[in-house]
Write a protein that binds this ligand. Structure first.
Ligand SMILES: [Fe+2]
Ligand SMILES: [Fe+2]
Length: 220
């Protein structure tokens, strides 16, 4: 991979995720690992994949509801990316970032967009509970009880089941499909899902993370 790109992103982009909780560096590193795995599988340009993963949630503290648009604007305006990539490559990165949302109903415009979107899914119930509860606490401060948060989180994710009865994936990589299968067994057992979310909710209520999500972290 291009060393100049990696250095630039490590020094200038990753620090911008420092005060993000659900979308902090654990999430960004997971997405990077997934896109690089899929880049191998589909024979894609790894520099493009790395850049799109590194930038994809960067617009979150500008405007959560349209963060994919804000992230894409940051990609388009980035001087260093313009030095490293051609115009066509910047367009691929920008469009992939713009198309990454899991709630999107139409397919991303390119294979890069599909790879990024699928790499952004949490097919891990513990990780999903952690990220989703934080998002719920930040965005819905009017919800008070665990049950209110859990029901909102659960119905939100269940909307992502597609016509074939699975959580949507745009690509057909066997590793992601296997992860999804395991995740579906966990998640579709609602009582089990509730127990995982409850454990996480109790943990963050007791260790001060709940207050930090409201008062310190910047992402939604
Ligand atoms: Fe995102
Ligand atoms: Fe993300």
């Amino acid at each position: 991979m291009n060393k100049e790109l990696v250095d630039y992103i490590e020094k200038n982009i990753f620090p911008k995720y420092e005060r993000f909780y659900s979308h902090g560096m654990i999430h960004i590193n997971n997405v990077i690992n997934n896109v690089l795995m899929l880049a191998d599988y589909y024979g894609l340009n790894k520099d493009i994949c790395y850049a799109m993963a590194a930038f994809h949630d960067i617009g979150l503290n500008v405007d959560r509801e349209n963060h994919e648009i804000e992230s894409a604007k940051i990609v388009a305006d980035d001087k260093k990316l313009q030095e490293i990539f051609s115009k066509e490559e910047i367009t691929i990165i920008k469009e992939a970032v713009e198309d990454h949302r899991g709630s999107r109903k139409s397919p991303p415009r390119s294979i890069y967009g599909k790879v990024l979107s699928d790499s952004d899914r949490d097919f891990d119930i513990e990780l999903l509970a952690k990220r989703q509860l934080a998002t719920s606490i930040k965005n819905y401060p009017e919800l008070n009880t665990f049950d209110e948060h859990f029901e909102r989180c659960y119905s939100y994710i269940m909307k992502r089941i597609n016509d074939s009865g699975h959580f949507n994936l745009w690509t057909d990589n066997p590793i992601l499909i296997e992860r999804r299968e395991k995740f579906e067994i966990d998640y579709l057992d609602k009582e089990y899902a509730r127990s995982v979310y409850k454990k996480e909710f109790d943990r963050i209520s007791q260790d001060g993370t709940y207050e930090q999500i409201l008062n310190y972290y910047l992402d939604y």
